[in-house]
Design a protein around this ligand. Structure first.
Ligand code: ATP
Length: 603
C-alpha cells in the first residue's frame, strides 16, 4: 500500500469533525488495506508505532524535524523556524516547503506504507550517542521522497501532533462497520470486548481482516499484553450494595494505593502495568524480584493494589508516600528502601495457558489463594463473605480501622466473570466519604486555566475542569476549581501545563465558559465538592437530566492528588456523574432533607 493512501485519508479526516463521518471514511478504506499491513495502518492512524502500552516514543524534537526539512528544502533551520511561527504548525510549513522544492527530486519513487513504517521504527529505536543524527538522516530521506501532503502528516506524526481525532473508540466503530456484518451494535461490542482483553488494536484489526468477527475468538489473554481493568460502580449505602448482590457478596478491603496488573512469565522478569496500562515495572524492582517466587506456578497474570507499608509493623501508610516513587528513573533502590511497599492481590486473570476471565469471581479468588505463596512483599487482599447488613457494617469498620479507604464488594453470582474494561455492579466500591454528606472524589481533566491575581500573579490560580463523555469522546466542563491548591502545587501545575496551552478551545472540549488559557486535555486531578447540582453553565451530561442544564460540582476543592495513573479518557465519566447525582437525590429524599439544591431530575 502506498503512503499516499493513508495521507489522503488523514486529509479527509482532517476536513471533518463529525465522528460518524470519520467512521464511514475509515470503514471505506480499512477493508482495502492489505492483510500484512493492516496492523501498521491502524497504529499509524492513532499516531503510534505500536500499541500504546509498549510506550514506544519517537523522541523527535521540533529542532530535529526542522534540521531534516532544511536538508531537503535547502533552507536553513532558522528560516524554517520563522516560517513555522507564521503558520503555527511545522506540518503545514513542511507541505509548503516541499511544494516549492527543486524539481530534480521529483523522480524519487513514491513511499510505500511499510517502508515508511520501518523508517519511523528505526528512528524510534535509535538511542544514545549519534541517535539524533540517525533520526535526522532517516527523516530527511523520508521527506526527500514524500509528497507535500505526506510530508505534512509525517511531520505531525513524528512530533506527536497528529491531532486527527481518530481515537480508539472511533477506530473500534470503524472496524465494526467494516467487518461486522449487518448487526453493528453486536459487532461493536464483540470487537470492544476483544480489544479490552489485548489492548492491541493492530492485533484486533489483523484478526478481523483475516477471518471477520469469528476470528476474534482467537484473541487470548497473553502475558505482556495488559488487560483493561475491570471497574467498580458506586452505591450510596451498604444496604444498597447488598441489594445489588442478591446472589451473595464478598467484601474485600479497598486499599488506597496503585493498581498494578502483574504479568509473570514462565521465565524471565515480570512486567507491571498501571491502571492506564503503562509499563511501570522499573519503579518497583523489589516486586519484580519477589513475584516469580510468590506464585506456585507460572505464567500468570495477577491483579492487586500496591500500597506503602510500615516495615516494622506491616501497617498501611498513606497513599501519598507511594506517589513519591511514581515516575522515578533514578535512585530506585534508595526509594524502595525509604518507601517500602506491599502488593496485595485481588484477582487472577491467567494461570498457565488458561484464561480465567470467563470464570466467576469466587472461583478466580479460590485459584488465586491456591497459587499465592504469601511473603513480606506479596499478599492477599483481606476478604470476607458477607451474610447480612450487620456483618457488612462491621467489615467496613474493620477496613477503616486498618487504614483502608473502604470496601470493595464483589458479587459471588455465577455470572461474576472478569469484565475487562467495563464498569458494572459486579464490583461496587463503598468508601469512608460516602458516610459523610460529601460526595465521592471525582477525577477531572484540566481543559483550561485562569491566571492568578495578587500574590498568585504570573501563575495559574484556578482551572476549568471537565468530565469525560465516552459516547461523544469529548470532555465536558464540570466546574472551575481554585481551592485546595498551595503555592507550590500551583507553580508546578503552571510549569507543567504551559506547554499544553492551545490558542482555541480544543475540538474535544465542550464548554460555555471561556478560560484565560485553553489547555489540551492531558492532566487528571482529583477533586471533591459539596454536591452536584444542575447548572445552565456547565456542560457535563448536558440535557441528560434536564433540558438546557448540565451538571456542576458545587464548592469544588483539589484534594492534593494528581491522578498520574489515569489518562484523560479514564477520568470520571458524565454517566458516572449522572448516577452520583441520582444517588445524591435519593439519599436526600431518604433522609427527609428534601431535594438537592436545584431540584430532582425528571424521571
Ligand atoms: P476507578 O478505578 O473506578 O475509575 P479510581 O481509580 O478513582 O476509580 P476508586 O474509585 O478509588 O479508584 O476505586 C477503584 C480502585 O480501587 C481500583 O481500580 C483499585 O485500584 C482499587 N482497589 C483497592 N482494593 C481493591 C480490591 N480489593 N479490589 C478491587 N480494586 C481495589
Amino acid at each position: 500500500m502506498r503512503l499516499s493512501e493513508l495521507a489522503e485519508l488523514y486529509e479527509r479526516i482532517e476536513g471533518t469533525s463529525k465522528r460518524l463521518e470519520i467512521r464511514h471514511l475509515l470503514a471505506e478504506v480499512i477493508p482495502t488495506v492489505p492483510e500484512a499491513e493492516i496492523d501498521l495502518f491502524l497504529y499509524l492512524l492513532q499516531g503510534q508505532l505500536r500499541p500504546e502500552y509498549e510506550g514506544i516514543e519517537l523522541g523527535m524534537a521540533d529542532s530535529l524535524a526542522r534540521k531534516a526539512l532544511a536538508l531537503v528544502s535547502g533552507g536553513s533551520g532558522d528560516s524554517i523556524k520563522e516560517l513555522a511561527k507564521g503558520s503555527g504548525d511545522l506540518g503545514d510549513t513542511a507541505r509548503e516547503l516541499l511544494e516549492h522544492r527543486p524539481r530534480s527530486l521529483d523522480d524519487a519513487p513514491p513511499l510505500e506504507l511499510t517502508e515508511t513504517y520501518q523508517a519511523l521504527w528505526r528512528m524510534a529505536r535509535a538511542t544514545g550517542e549519534g541517535s539524533q543524527e540517525v533520526k535526522v538522516r532517516t527523516f530527511a530521506e523520508l521527506m526527500r521522497r514524500a509528497s507535500p501532503v505526506e510530508a505534512k502528516h509525517l511531520v505531525r506524526f513524528v512530533l506527536g501532533k497528529l491531532r486527527l481525532g481518530v481515537k480508539e473508540m472511533t477506530l473500534l466503530d470503524a472496524l465494526a462497520e467494516a467487518f461486522g456484518g449487518p448487526d453493528f451494535k453486536e459487532a461493536r461490542s464483540r470487537i470492544e470486548e476483544a480489544f479490552n482483553v489485548t489492548s492491541d488494536l493492530g492485533e484486533i484489526g489483523r484478526r478481523l481482516r483475516q477471518g471477520g468477527l469469528a476470528a476474534l475468538r482467537e484473541v487470548r489473554v497473553a502475558v505482556g499484553k495488559p488487560v483493561r481493568p475491570m471497574l467498580a460502580e458506586r452505591e450510596p449505602s451498604l444496604a444498597a450494595v447488598l441489594k445489588r448482590m442478591p446472589e451473595g457478596a464478598a467484601f474485600e478491603y479497598k486499599y488506597d494505593g496503585l493498581r498494578i496488573q502483574a504479568h509473570v512469565p514462565a521465565e524471565g522478569s515480570p512486567r507491571l502495568f498501571s491502571r492506564r496500562l503503562e509499563d511501570i515495572g522499573a519503579q518497583f524492582p523489589e516486586l519484580l524480584a519477589a513475584l516469580p517466587s510468590s506464585l506456585a506456578s507460572r505464567p500468570a497474570i495477577v491483579e492487586g493494589e500496591c500500597v506503602p507499608v510500615d516495615p516494622e509493623t506491616g501497617d498501611l501508610r498513606p497513599f501519598q508516600e507511594i506517589s513519591r516513587r511514581r515516575g522515578r528513573k533514578h535512585d530506585l533502590e534508595k526509594y524502595a528502601e525509604e518507601v517500602p511497599i506491599r502488593y496485595l492481590l485481588f484477582d487472577l486473570l491467567l494461570q498457565g495457558e488458561e484464561s480465567l476471565l470467563g470464570l466467576p469471581y469466587p472461583e478466580r479468588r479460590r485459584r488465586l489463594e491456591e497459587l499465592l505463596r504469601p511473603s513480606g512483599q506479596v499478599g492477599l487482599a483481606t476478604r470476607r463473605e458477607i451474610g447480612g447488613l450487620p456483618e457488612a457494617e462491621s467489615f467496613f469498620q474493620e477496613a477503616l480501622a486498618d487504614g483502608c479507604e473502604g470496601i470493595m464488594a464483589k458479587s459471588m453470582a455465577p455470572g461474576s466473570t472478569y469484565r475487562a474494561g467495563a464498569r458494572g455492579f459486579w464490583w461496587i466500591k463503598y468508601k469512608r466519604e460516602y458516610t459523610h454528606e460529601l460526595a465521592d472524589t471525582i477525577d477531572v481533566v484540566v481543559v483550561g486555566a485562569f491566571w492568578g491575581r495578587g500574590k498568585r500573579a504570573g501563575k495559574f490560580g484556578a482551572f476549568l475542569v471537565a468530565a469525560y463523555d465516552p459516547d461523544t469522546e469529548t470532555f465536558a466542563t464540570l466546574c472551575k476549581v481554585g481551592s485546595g491548591f498551595d503555592e507550590e502545587s500551583l507553580e508546578k501545575l503552571t510549569a507543567d501545563l504551559r506547554g499544553r496551552a492551545v490558542p482555541d478551545r480544543p475540538e474535544e472540549v465542550t464548554s460555555h465558559l471561556v478560560p484565560d488559557v485553553w489547555l489540551e486535555p492531558s492532566l487528571v486531578l482529583e477533586i471533591r465538592g459539596a454536591e452536584l447540582s444542575l447548572s445552565p453553565v456547565h456542560r457535563a451530561a448536558f440535557g441528560r437530566l434536564r433540558e438546557g442544564f448540565g451538571l456542576a460540582l458545587r464548592f469544588p476543592r483539589y484534594t492534593g492528588r494528581l491522578r498520574e495513573d489515569k489518562a484523560p479518557e479514564q477520568a470520571t465519566t458524565t454517566g458516572e456523574l449522572v448516577r452520583l447525582y441520582q444517588n445524591q437525590v435519593r439519599k436526600a429524599a431518604a433522609e427527609g432533607t428534601g431535594e438537592s439544591s436545584e431540584g430532582s431530575p425528571p424521571t
